[in-house]
Design a protein around this ligand. Structure first.
Ligand SMILES: *Cc1c(COP(=O)(O)O)cnc(C)c1O
Length: 197
């Protein structure tokens, strides 16, 4: 997936013209604005932390919401999906680095929680899990965290819920993520160059 957050529509169009169809954004307003003006066959993925009061703006068109980590957010997504006559695909974010400032469900108990959520919401389909490794130069640490997420992904599949998306890896660590079994890598700066916030 090409992470196009902060990037102008002209650059997204350039990537589209050479065949890229999946783009990731982390701000609701930006994603909705870009959806309006760009080709309707683009798949828009929300990768940022989503606030419940903003779900309604992307509920009509979001292909996949990556950062879901609370029941309250699932309830809101379910409600808005129903209003739009859609089944919303989501990923549950797991806090694989177990850092306090990171979002996500803690790994312990995550599989049982996901299995329970998967049977609670009529208009949500949990497609898999998403995680971010610690920002460190220590490859062993990154590899251990991605391996943990792959293990949780396997455990979910072994316990009755079929999931097919394992979203992990960014520009700095995507090759390790692929070695560890990622089905989706989220690449921003390695495609579009550094971001100026
Ligand atoms: C920004 C972002 C990325 C992409 O980061 P790069 O280092 O630019 O590849 C991936 N995932 C998430 C959740 C992000 O917020």
């Amino acid at each position: 997936m090409a992470v196009s957050k902060t990037k102008p529509v002209e650059l997204i169009q350039e990537a589209y013209d050479v065949g890229q169809r999946i783009f990731g954004e982390n701000k609701v307003q930006d994603m909705a604005a870009k959806y309006e003006v760009l080709s309707k066959d683009i798949e828009w993925h929300m990768i940022g932390h989503l606030q419940t009061n903003k779900v309604k703006y992307i509920a009509p068109f979001a292909s996949l919401i990556h950062g879901v980590d609370s029941e309250r957010l699932l309830q809101e997504i379910d409600k808005r999906a129903a209003q739009n006559d859609r089944i919303q695909d989501v990923l549950i974010q797991i806090n694989i680095s177990e850092e306090n400032q990171k979002h996500g469900v803690m790994p312990i108990g995550a599989v049982a929680q996901i299995l329970s959520w998967s049977s609670t919401f009529q208009n949500i389909r949990i497609r898999g899990v998403m995680g971010m490794a610690e920002n460190t130069a220590d490859e062993g640490v990154i590899r251990a965290q991605f391996t943990l997420l792959k293990q949780l992904f396997n455990d979910i599949n072994a316990n009755g819920l079929t999931v097919d998306v394992l979203s992990m890896g960014m520009s700095q660590d995507y090759s390790i993520a692929i070695e560890c079994g990622a089905t989706h890598v989220r690449i921003g700066s390695a495609i579009f160059g550094p971001r100026n916030y």
